[in-house]
Design a protein. Sequence first.
Length: 72
Amino acid sequence: MNKKNKIKIRVNGKQITVNTKYSIKNLIEKLKIPINKVAIELNREIINKKKINNIILKKQDKIEIVHFIGGG
């Protein structure tokens, strides 16, 4: 795939390149993250996990993925 069909985004502070029309769901699957154990922030807004399939990433988007850890 050529460069025109790629965009750069930041995930937890690291820059990665993905295809255009890439959804947050695609990203979560690519990173092999268990969706039920994380909170996802897109450009400083927490997003509803039920809508991740419909949210298409754009150039320079910043995603933060936070894992829940139990303790006591």
